[in-house]
Design a protein around this ligand. Sequence first.
Ligand SMILES: [Zn+2]
Length: 107
Amino acid sequence: MTFFEDQLKEGVFQICYCKNCNDTIWPPKEICHKCHNRTDWKKSTNLGKIMEFSKRESTYFGLIEIDDGIRVLGDILSSSIPEIGQSVRMSVSFNSKPHYSFLVENN
Ligand SMILES: [Zn+2]
């Protein structure tokens, strides 16, 4: 299990970046593809915005943009129809693969 996955399991989304290039690296890698430095980690704010969404049976899911323009797919938890650009708070877990869910903030 990688550091990233292990942290997801703890409920923490770690952002991989290169201190040298000041670039975010997504998906995470141990080595920066530009300068070949070892990459570093910082915790996500867990805040994001809905870029796109859709409905599957009774659940909403969509593409969410979080820190530094990282985009992830996940479930959207909302009591009403979500909107593009709406603020969401991310929860993460890991159970054989990453799972992301997003709670709409303002309702
Ligand atoms: Zn670099």
